[in-house]
Design a binder for this molecule. Sequence first.
Ligand code: NAD
Length: 457
Amino acid sequence: MPAVTITSYNPADPDDLVVAVEEPGAEAVRAAVGRARAAQGDWLAAGAAARSAALGRMADAVEAHAPELAALIVREVGKPQAEAAGEVARTAAIWRYYAQAPYAPSGAVHETAAGPGLLFTRRRPYGVAGLIAPWNFPLAIPGWKAAPALAVGNAVVLKPAPEATACALRLAELAASAGLPEDVFTVLPGGATEGAALVDTADVVSFTGSTGVGRAVVRAATERGVPVQAELGGLNAALVLPDADIEPAAGHLAAAIAGYAGQKCTATSRVIAVGAAYEPLREALVKALAAVDDTVCGPVINAGARDRLTGAVSSAVEAGAVVLAGGRVPDRAGWYVEPTLLTDVPAEHPLASEEFFGPIAVLHAAADLDEAIALANDTPHSLSTSVHTRSLDVALAAADRLDAGMVRVNAPSSGVDFHLPFGGTKGAGHGDREQGQAALDFYTVSRTVSVLPGGAA
Ligand code: NAD
């Protein structure tokens, strides 16, 4: 059979081939997992100081190559420069944050029910963590999966998205230069074949990507009885109350709709204006979206994504939707779509109910807060919801009653703090949270140990 080649092109310049590598195939994945399993014992036995130092050196390496890495992110996945630089800085911070984790307590001591002895719990790594990543945060997501998994003593096999192959291979080079043994941190490029093989062989699986693929990954890992977490797509809402400061709220919404061309799982795709907020918000948001330029939006990842987005807008318009802003493909090279705001999208149209992963949002009107919350909750894809208001009562009600995994008051729905748990509710996520302490818990299993005096009856 001829070898399959993975190619990754520059979304702003489709003639620019960033990388082409041969697909390694399922057997290569199994072999890599085998080598990782053999190397994991020494990595764990090396101790907290050695693991902490290696993770710290990885943070240093990312920082030392920051401009080059940001340029590679811009070139390979089309992220605007400022966001790419921000992602690199965050990646270094994530590795540095988890570099402290090897020293953290790994269990708790308990009293015996009766008599002498020692009861304690101890969290232990699973072995090989199989990490499957999307392309949209090509350094940060591999980092927030790999760093905690390694900190607690797992070996890691990372399968990046094909569209982010060059970024992942560069990360592997930096890891080697930071002294992370190759079999402890392996990057294996590939697509569905390699991803499925990894799910079939790893001891713990962490997946981030689209809902359909994620559900199959969860099923396969669960069938094998290995722990799995899946962070999936979102259909994120922004609620704007009449008491909000409309101009700054519109600025936040434009950033959350069109920032990195809406290709964030936390991007806003539904704007819900409550009561009297509707008219002023519509006007301010149309203006704010028109002001968005390449430094904020950028291209979408490939021609297929662009055609899917423009096709969805056309079919929504045919079904009665009204375009308030954007809606066209600019006449230029690269896979660009204008930041777009629609209204009157029929409820049964896919744009109203599915994640499209582009700079497109639908504007809805709600009579009051109750209706807005009901609308926001009327989706299985509940990842992040923003609420724009000056009222503490509304903010508290939203934090109580919104289904989302993240509620952000007077901030864009997109935005993540790496030291807090991260993930969606309902269909937007499965299993334990990522990031913060939650990730360290996910990559370990608790063992209960009872130590009684020798010779006790
Ligand atoms: P995708 O689902 O197409 O691919 C994700 C990864 O899964 C890739 O590495 C891909 O090669 C791999 N894969 C594909 N088929 C597989 C299979 N059968 N078995 C195992 N692995 C397989 O997603 P994408 O296009 O790379 O990324 C965009 C999606 O990711 C969006 O839906 C976005 O919302 C989601 N995302 C979610 C989060 C989150 O934390 N919730 C963060 C970023 C992106």
